[in-house]
Design a protein around this ligand. Structure first.
Ligand SMILES: [Zn+2]
Length: 312
């Protein structure tokens, strides 16, 4: 007999620095309905939760609500699970963003939230290439570098929900580039994130005394490498060393069966990132499979939905 009212739908919310995406997603990872708005940047600390509530109401207009299991939210960390929100996220303009309190009051559904990297790995585990494995790590390289780890059947969270901050492991002592986290130098994110690749290029060119007008953006560098510009290809090899070291550290720490790479820098330049990085992954390590995400830019939304279906 077919069961009715299985509550197989989730409301997924992806609070990004630029866009706020909300969607209704089913338990197979199919996005049924999606709306996108520009994330608010001004107002008091409730401005974002107020906007999210408005978007969810818009999304639910005319929809049956009895199949909705809960609301899952993806937001940049650092998170504070005791307070139920995000503290001073670097790319959002607020000191504290409450999530669970305001959303829980506004809707009769349970609310869960994770940082954008942890929802990334949930998306891969539930709806992506991670479906068939027990141990998967998701690494995102976009504006920043981050990671999420699903290991031995559960999501690794750590004491505050910020485990696997892999962007801030040390991968270099030669250039010693200061990191965007402001707390250290030589961190993976200081070299390989979209924002920092041009700074790394400059430092690399200076060390080699290259007489070359440094490109202003990561895109310019990758575009030049795609048309076989020799200097940019040389840099891509150096970047491969950094990514290879970062990935080696991830393998050494977590022993995953699969590493899924996502984020805009990877998705737009997968060959230029993956091949040079693979050359520099330590050979003594037990090698996992390494794949580029098939979920693309929907990863945070799908992960927010997966967090509703995920049972701790
Ligand atoms: Zn850092």
């Amino acid at each position: 007999m077919k069961k009715i009212n299985q509550k197989n739908l989730a409301i997924a919310v992806d609070i990004g620095a630029t866009n706020l995406r909300t969607a209704i997603v089913d338990d197979k990872g199919v996005i049924k309905k999606k709306i996108i708005a520009k994330t608010v940047r001004e107002g008091n600390s409730f401005a974002i939760s107020k906007q999210v509530i408005g978007e969810i109401n818009l999304l639910l207009k005319g929809e049956a609500k009895n199949n909705i299991r809960g609301i899952g939210v993806s937001i940049a960390g650092p998170l504070d699970y005791k307070r139920g929100g995000s503290i001073n996220p670097p790319n959002l303009n607020f000191k504290y963003i409450p999530i669970v309190g305001p959303l829980g009051k506004a809707f009769p559904f349970p609310v869960v939230f994770y940082n954008d990297c942890n929802v990334g790995v949930l998306a891969e585990k539930f709806f992506g290439d991670g479906k068939k494995v027990k141990n998967v790590v998701y690494i995102t390289i976009s504006t920043g570098v981050g990671g999420g780890v699903f290991m031995d059947g559960r999501l690794l969270l750590g004491k505050d929900g910020n485990a696997a901050e892999v962007g801030h492991i040390t991968v270099d002592t030669l250039y010693n580039l200061p990191c965007t986290c402001k707390y250290g130098s030589g961190h993976w994110e200081a070299y390989a994130s979209g924002r920092n690749i041009p700074k790394f290029f400059k430092a690399w060119a200076k060390k080699l005394n290259l007489d070359f007008r440094c490109p202003n953006s990561a895109k310019d560098i990758f575009d030049a490498a795609k048309v076989r510009n020799k200097i940019c290809l040389g840099f891509i090899e150096e970047l491969g060393k950094i990514n290879g070291r970062g990935i080696s550290n991830v393998i050494a720490a977590y022993d995953p069966e699969l590493i899924v790479l996502g984020g805009s820098v990877i998705l737009n330049n997968s060959q230029l990132i993956l091949k040079p990085a693979q050359k520099h992954i330590e050979k003594f390590l037990r090698q996992p499979k390494i794949k580029v995400s098939i979920l693309g830019e929907n990863t945070p939304l799908l992960g927010a939905a997966a967090s509703v279906f995920y049972k701790k």
